[in-house]
Design a protein around this ligand. Sequence first.
Ligand SMILES: [Zn+2]
Length: 54
Amino acid sequence: MGALDGRDIDLFEAHLAECDDCAERLESFVEVVAVLVEVNADALIKDHVAGRIQ
Ligand SMILES: [Zn+2]
């Protein structure tokens, strides 16, 4: 919690809604190690989202 601010969460959720790739990544993280989901998903997906948006 706290790694994403409000703006990033909006971008993240908007992106997730139309990106099966990120949805699958999130599911994988949840299945592997719940504790690490937040950090790993945040780093990977934020980078991925930034690459598509900018
Ligand atoms: Zn994505």
